[in-house]
Design a binder for this molecule. Structure first.
Ligand code: GLC
Length: 548
């Protein structure tokens, strides 16, 4: 690999800690469990793990409601377990990225308990308190992202507090310098413990309008949609003042590490392309002072069609500031799984896409074995989003079910107790153990692709060159120091012939997503479907990497 910072060409693997591996039989995954499974990540070939929040939390939003920014929830273990995990991960060459949730704390955080105790408490201004509107009711029309108003009345002090999410998640006041200082200290606490960076939760939400103006109605809202979409988040997200905070966070991260092992900031940002780019923080001299990786979620939302994806990739590449590191994501703990969105064959193609586009890929646990969304019966629902807005398909439990390790152990080897969420019904067939044995499996596909990506500079650091290839095909090249790899993806259910003008003169098949071709990744000379005057034939839903 090159001398670039690790996060530029490394691969990030997201762990939802409740669901990865339980070690004490309480049915909830924990840090000791993650530690026990590090060799899976090594075998898969990823470079870093990002752990969704494991801080002390009343778990109203399963850890995204933090009651102490500098400790570990006993359900997940202790600080000693965390240190041991970081030490083991580092010894195995893996980086550890911590989740950081700065927009809101838990309502049980001592800061909030103090803040709500009296109007003149010194911590009052650490949160957003407002008088009721004239005539009563919430101060304005801001909506919570989890349904209902973004304001909850606190009878004891006669004011409302703001919460962009659950009422158990009061928004911190980032205009207050003491809040900033306290949060930056929390970041340093973990950086000193050796974490390699942070994924920053809803970074674009941190600052709200200082005049608390009403959000405008959303003309595109359709009944049945997520209630938060009734208004446009003009005054509640992506405010200009956030940019200064981003710069300050970056400075904190930059106090630690050197160029090669720099600490990374990954921003959670659901924003249109142009706004996303702002979070790289390019200054007048072209210096990037923002987060190194503003999460690029476009593949999660995209319609699964070759021309759509082609446009997305070209526009994204064109929009990046000079020197900015691109990144791609297929799924996370908030969104339906890729295998459920595009099917098993589509998910194989998606893996090829994720790992051959230019930029840092982030994988969601379980996607490497093709896990699908698990329907959760109403009486087993855990996610507060589903509880608040039932039946709209917004619930996130289906993509958070326990990791499927083994077909032979109880609960797929996830826990010896009762899992907090039911397992997928296919765990006896679809699991890590079985897929290591099967050359044609999704897991082997991921592992081979990751290995190839690591071996081929063109794939991990090469230029991206678009190729025009029609409506069913997505094609592009990755080019580095004279080596040109052509990636062809057939999105169609029919075989497709790629014109010989688009493929290398004497193409060599480096990789195919087709299960049958999985043993034949090294066949030199003409590939199975190559005719020099015609072109390369791709099977339905097949993707390949060709070299000269
Ligand atoms: C982010 C998290 C999500 C959480 C929300 C509130 O979007 O990814 O899981 O519920 O923020 O913290």
């Amino acid at each position: 690999m090159s001398a670039d910072a690790w996060w530029k060409n490394g691969i990030v693997y997201q762990i939802y800690p409740r669901s990865f591996q339980d070690s004490d039989g309480d049915g909830i995954g924990d840090l000791a469990g993650i530690r026990r499974r590090l060799d899976h990540l090594v075998a898969l070939g990823v470079d870093a793990l990002w752990i969704s929040p494991c801080y002390p939390s009343p778990m109203a939003d399963f850890g995204y409601d933090i009651s102490d920014y500098c400790d570990i929830d006993p359900r997940f273990g202790s600080l000693a377990d965390f240190d041991a995990l970081v030490a083991d991960a580092h010894a195995k060459g893996l980086r550890v990225v911590m989740d950081f949730v700065p927009n809101h704390s838990s309502d049980r955080h001592p800061w909030f308990i103090q803040s709500r105790s009296a109007r003149d408490d010194p911590k009052r201004d650490w949160y957003l308190w407002r008088d009721p509107a004239e005539g009563g009711g919430p101060p304005n029309n801001w909506r919570s992202n989890f349904g209902g108003p973004a304001w909850t009345f606190d009878a004891a002090t006669g004011q409302y507090y703001c919460h962009s999410f659950l009422r158990e998640q009061p928004d911190l006041n980032w205009r207050n310098p003491e809040v900033r200082a306290a949060m930056y200290e929390a970041m340093r606490f973990w950086l000193r413990r050796g974490v390699d960076g942070f994924r920053i939760d809803v970074l674009y939400h941190l600052v709200k309008d200082d005049e608390f103006r009403d959000n405008p109605p959303n003309p595109a809202f359709v009944e049945g949609q997520d209630n938060a979409h009734r208004v446009l988040p003009l005054y509640t997200s992506d405010r200009p003042e956030v940019q200064q905070i981003v710069i300050e966070m970056r400075k904190v991260a930059d106090e630690f590490g050197d160029a090669k092992s720099s600490r990374v900031l990954i921003g959670e940002l659901y924003l249109p392309l142009a706004r996303l780019m702002a979070y790289y923080g390019e200054d007048a001299n072209g210096v990037l002072q923002g987060v190194q990786l503003p999460f690029n979620f476009q593949l999660i939302a995209a319609e699964w069609q070759a021309p759509v994806i082609d446009r997305i990739v070209r526009d994204y590449e064109a929009a990046l500031p000079a020197g900015a590191a691109p990144n791609w994501v297929l799924g996370n703990h908030d969104k339906p799984r890729i295998a459920s969105r595009v099917g098993e064959a589509g998910a194989r193609l998606a893996a090829l896409l994720l790992l051959t586009l230019r930029g840092t890929p982030t994988l969601y646990y379980g996607d490497e074995i093709g896990m699908t969304d698990v329907p959760i019966p109403p009486d087993e629902v855990q996610d507060p989003f589903e509880k608040n807005e039932p039946g709209k398909g917004l619930g996130r439990d289906p993509q958070r079910t326990p990791m499927q390790w083994s077909g032979g152990a109880p609960n797929a080897g996830f826990t010896e107790g009762r899992p907090w969420l039911r397992l997928a019904s296919d765990w006896r067939q679809r699991n890590v153990e079985a897929q290591w044995q099967d050359e044609a499996s999704m897991l082997r596909l991921y592992q081979r692709l990751i290995a190839l990506r690591r071996d081929e500079p063109a794939l991990h650091e090469g230029r991206y060159e678009p190729i025009d290839a029609g409506t069913e095909l997505l094609a592009y090249a990755r080019v580095c120091r004279g080596r040109r790899l052509v990636v062809l993806l057939n999105f169609g259910a029919e075989a497709a012939v790629v014109s010989h003008e688009l493929v290398p003169i004497r193409p060599r098949l480096l990789f195919s997503t087709a299960a049958a071709a999985s043993k034949a990744t090294d066949n030199s000379g003409s590939g199975p479907g190559f005719e020099p005057t015609v072109g390369w034939t791709l099977a339905p839903f097949e993707g390949v990497i060709l070299s000269d």
